[in-house]
Design a binder for this molecule. Structure first.
Ligand SMILES: NC(=O)c1ccc[n+]([C@@H]2O[C@H](COP(=O)([O-])OP(=O)(O)OC[C@H]3O[C@@H](n4cnc5c(N)ncnc54)[C@H](OP(=O)(O)O)[C@@H]3O)[C@@H](O)[C@H]2O)c1
Length: 310
């Protein structure tokens, strides 16, 4: 992509709302469909961006129904696009646009997996021209690359060679006090280059004391163990609630543009919104302490995990 104009990274993704409504809970069929539409409408009224995927059970159906009630309030969307090849990715793009009743996505999240397409991306292959074509066709305005510990190598290789410049506008990965799913080396490079970044899973799945103490809240044992380490840091901080602590945590890193959190309750949505109003970074001492833990967790656990197991 050497012919692309070099963008100024600090101007990328500056129009996101700091809190983005994650839509996984809209796919929970234990909650009546009508209540989920109501929740989606409540979030739409606030003007925040949404993050969506056709993998969240029937969340797209809920969104479509909510959008059709008032199409003037359709939020800007980040939508996951999956594929092991460019044709699979194209197919998934249409499999998202059609159910949502949309012709265009504001941001497509490139979920390239670990196969052919990921290798092409790492090696500066044809996929970049396809992404440019998708933009030129008006189907997607911008792209962000999804990163996990087991795909950090792909991003690292591509970034070092400068391939994504001008095509990929930012990077999206789990970032909350219990998880930082870009490898240590990738994370350093992203920050050194001031790449725009989006944090996923604002509250790590729920309040830290629930994650620590209530069986089943932490979906994996490692999260419960991390909650044991993080809970006393949160308590010492004096911050009023876990949501605020987590939003402030994400925004303690200068290249974070937004954090994506989910809820099926209006009061929890309010907590996300209140925490996102006048965001103050956490004190440096707290950030240093958590960053040290995350470096260790990445080296000792995350980078050895089998793909998609954590
Ligand atoms: N690979 C990817 O792209 C990827 C992967 C994971 C997540 N995501 C995105 O990120 C979003 C958030 O991820 P996530 O749902 O895994 O993590 P999360 O936002 O950290 O946690 C959401 C969970 O926390 C609960 N919660 C939120 N606020 C609460 C509060 N104040 N008190 C008690 N419980 C509270 C919610 O339950 P209630 O419904 O009861 O409020 C929900 O079960 C997803 O919706 C999705 O859009 C993307």
């Amino acid at each position: 992509m050497a012919s692309m104009n070099k963008p100024n990274q600090s101007t990328l993704l500056t129009d996101l709302t700091p809190y983005i409504y994650g839509t996984t809970r809209l796919g929970d069929d234990k909650i009546p469909f009508s209540e989920r539409i109501k929740m989606a409408r409540t979030a739409m009224e606030t003007g925040v961006w949404f993050h969506a995927s056709n993998q969240y059970n029937n969340a797209h159906q809920v969104l479509r129904a909510a959008f059709d009630e008032d199409r003037t309030k359709i939020p800007k969307l980040i939508v996951k696009l999956e594929g092991n090849s460019i044709s699979e990715l194209h197919k998934d793009l249409h499999n998202n646009l059609e159910p949502l009743g949309l012709e265009n996505l504001e941001i497509g999240q490139l979920c390239l997996g670990t196969g052919e397409l990921a290798r092409d991306f790492a090696n500066g292959g044809e996929c970049y021209w396809e992404f440019v074509r998708i933009k030129a066709e008006g189907l997607v305005n911008r792209f962000v690359l999804e990163v996990f510990p087991w795909t950090s190598g792909t991003a690292l290789q591509a970034l070092k060679a400068g391939y994504p410049e001008g095509v990929v506008d930012g990077y999206i990965y789990y970032l909350n006090p219990l998880q930082r799913f870009a490898s240590n080396e990738l994370w350093e490079l992203l920050n050194e280059r001031k790449e725009a970044q989006i944090a996923l899973r604002t509250v790590a799945g729920g309040p830290v004391h629930w994650l620590r103490d209530v069986p089943g809240v932490a979906w994996k044992e490692y999260l419960q163990k991390r909650a044991v380490k993080i809970a006393p840091i949160f308590e010492r901080s004096g911050v009023e609630n876990w949501t605020e602590f987590c939003v402030r945590f994400a925004f303690s890193f200068e290249n974070i543009r937004a954090t994506v959190g989910a809820t099926s309750h209006a009061e929890n949505l309010n907590e996300f919104l209140n925490a996102s109003k006048h965001i103050q970074p956490l004190p440096t001492g707290i950030i240093d302490e958590i960053t040290r833990l995350q470096y260790r967790w990445s080296d000792e656990t995350d980078m050895h995990a089998e793909a998609w197991t954590m």
